[in-house]
Write a protein that binds this ligand. Structure first.
Ligand code: ADP
Ligand code: MG
Ligand code: ZN
Length: 610
């Protein structure tokens, strides 16, 4: 959405301009206007001019004679008097008059006005102009009358330029929203059959999945005014202002109906109200109450549709979600394989592509990425192409950009010592080898030991063959084993361990814990939920929902699970120590190897042995 913002210049800039203007006026314009330039000439010239009847008027002032000639734009002269008794006679003969040629002193009133009143007038006028501009920027005229005016921006069709076709995947969400757009276009159709549209729809989903984008697309598709405001804009310094803003927003919306009101990040104002506390949330509560009142108050058939977006639906006040308010809940989830491919294609339209692009492969490698991340990947790929002086983006650019977005930039200047590099090589091959040796594990596509800005020293990219929605217990266990593989390899080869496995440890623990507390995959507890997920869309934090004793038991089980997988990995790698050596050496030399190279070496060995 395009907003026209006035350029921000410091106030001092304007004062500087005023000063400059004043100085110019003073030194150039005023003197010319008020005091004509006077040219000094000698007495002889004066007499010649009188003789030639060029002088129009003369003034004798003390020891000076001022005179003016007869040209259309008269020029002024000055000369010194001489003891010349015939002068008057001569002047008479040449038909010139006597009078005031120059005003020695400006009239005191005029000079006062010019030097004092005028600057003040200019200053005051300028000040007023400036402050009126400032007020406009803050959304109103006089401050006292405009408190709480909402600065919801009005967007109409032409300004967003985003259509549903710009939003890839998210078909269910698009369907619901298309219906709303249709309702706004032909409300007749709906009224005839007696259907009333939902008053509001709430877009929920993790960050970066295109909620804001979808709302903009609705604005682009619907030929109706579109009010967009972010929840945080309601949060004001003064109590009551947020509520006033809500009131104003709905007043404007009612005037412009049919129209769409979009409240982004509604959780900022829509949080659950709690009766405890110290009453410190008065302002937010008032704002929310006002919002609820307004939503009840307006007539749904008039064609005001309220959209809102949030990534914390669980924290919203239940009152907001009841029928008649945001009764439609539109999930905007992370894209699936097909969705990711579609999103990549949408964004790839903006860049020049080489002919080796395989979107499906990229989409598979970027499992779990949000739309925003995918958009970022395409851009990173384009940037990399430019850096390398190419005119188009290649598959390698896209592959690299996945790693950039997931693992950070390659840190070329961070030099690992040879020993460190060797350890990292073994560590990464440890992961890959354990993954490959377990039949259920996903094949490895790429291994690298080039350090990343994120702090990762190496990186093993695993790609699932297709989309995974279900995972069996064995698959999870194998995954845990793969996570431990790095550390195991270090232990086997170097007989000591490093800090390099911290992320692996975290991931393995998370999986093992989830197996027990959420997936019911342990014999002891069976299908009992021991944890509840609190923040579904933001990291999926879970909180324990069990007794202290059980918690202890869970911890013991988690440790046991990870340990068992560690032992399995240890066994696998010890049995295949030769391959571990060979592959690690290969990686150490090449720094980045592909999955095919990896598999080739792995299989060669096997053939030789058998
Ligand atoms: P959210 O509001 O859900 O956090 P946004 O709508 O702000 O996410 O998305 C951020 C950016 O990510 C968008 O501007 C767009 O470039 C890209 N994006 C996200 N989802 C999609 C999608 N489904 N299709 C195309 N682009 C997407
Ligand atoms: Mg958003
Ligand atoms: Zn690791």
């Amino acid at each position: 959405m395009k907003e026209v913002k006035p350029p921000k210049k410091p106030l001092i800039f304007y004062y500087f301009i005023v000063m400059l203007v004043m100085m110019l006026l003073n030194s150039f314009l005023f003197p010319r206007l008020l005091k004509p330039q006077v040219e000094s000439v000698d007495y002889g010239t004066f007499l010649d001019m009188v003789e030639e009847k060029q002088v129009k008027m003369v003034q004798i002032e003390g020891e000076y004679i001022y005179f003016v000639d007869k040209q259309e734009t008269p020029a002024y002269y000055r000369t010194t008097t001489f003891d010349d008794p015939e002068l008057v006679e001569r002047l008479r003969q040449s038909e010139c008059t006597f009078g005031r040629v120059v005003q020695e002193e400006m009239s005191p009133i005029l000079s006062f006005i010019i030097s004092w009143i005028l600057p003040i007038v200019i200053f005051v006028a300028l000040g007023q102009w400036l402050s009126s501009r400032l007020m406009k920027k803050m959304g109103g005229g006089l401050p006292s009358m405009q408190f709480g005016k909402s600065n919801a921006k009005i967007y109409v069709e032409s300004t967003t330029g985003i259509k549903f076709s710009d939003v890839a995947g998210e078909d269910e969400a698009k369907e619901v929203l298309t219906e709303i757009v249709d309702f706004l276009h032909n409300s007749q159709k709906y009224q005839e059959i007696g259907a009333s549209m939902p008053k509001g729809a709430l877009l929920v989903g993790p960050p970066g999945t295109g909620k804001t984008l979808l709302a903009k697309a609705v604005a682009g598709e619907a030929n109706v005014p579109f009010f967009s405001i972010s929840g945080s804009e309601f949060v004001e310094m003064f109590v009551g202002m947020g509520a006033a803003k809500v009131r104003d927003l709905f007043k404007q919306a009612n005037e412009k109906a049919p129209c769409i009101v979009f409240i982004d990040e509604i959780d900022t104002i829509g949080k659950k109200r709690d009766n405890g506390g110290m009453g410190g949330n008065d302002e937010r509560e008032q704002t929310l109450n006002q919002l609820l009142t307004e939503m009840d108050g307006f007539d749904g058939s008039k064609g005001v549709v309220i959209l809102a977006a949030t990534n914390r639906p669980e924290s919203l006040d239940p009152a907001l979600l009841r029928p008649g308010r945001f009764d439609r809940r539109v999930p905007v989830e992370l894209p699936d394989l097909a969705g990711r491919e579609a999103i990549l294609k949408v964004h790839a339209k903006k860049v020049k592509l080489g002919d080796d692009i395989d979107f499906n492969a990229i989409a598979r490698a970027a499992s779990g990425a949000s739309g925003a991340e995918l958009a970022n990947m395409v851009n990173e790929a384009a940037l990399r192409a430019v850096r390398e002086g190419r005119q188009y983006v290649t598959q390698a650019d896209l592959e690299e950009s996945i790693e950039v977005v997931i693992a950070g930039y390659q840190k070329k200047n961070k030099v690992l010592s040879d020993k460190e590099k060797l350890i990292v090589s073994y560590h990464e091959i440890g992961h890959a080898l354990v993954a490959a040796l377990q039949t259920h594990s996903a094949p490895v596509t790429k291994i690298t030991i080039i350090p990343r800005t994120s702090g990762a020293l190496g990186y093993t990219m695993q790609v699932e063959e297709g989309e995974r929605n279900l995972m069996s217990k064995e698959e999870i266990e194998n995954k845990i084993a793969t996570f431990t593989g790095g550390r195991v390899a270090e232990k086997i080869i170097f007989k000591s361990v490093t800090t390099g496995a911290s992320n692996d440890i975290e991931q393995a623990t998370k999986l093992a814990r989830a197996m027990i507390t959420r997936y019911g995959m342990s014999e002891e507890f069976g299908m009992v939920a021991l944890e509840t997920v609190t923040n579904q869309y933001l990291g999926g934090d879970a909180s324990l929902a069990c007794s202290e004793d059980t918690a202890k038991e869970i911890d013991r089980k988690v440790i046991e699970t990870v340990k068992r997988q560690y032992e399995k990995a240890e066994k696998l790698l010890t049995e295949n120590k030769e391959k571990l050596h060979e592959l690690a050496k290969y990686l150490y030399e090449k720094e980045t190897i592909t999955g095919e190279e990896f598999m080739k070496i792995l299989n060669e060995e096997q053939l030789d042995e058998n």
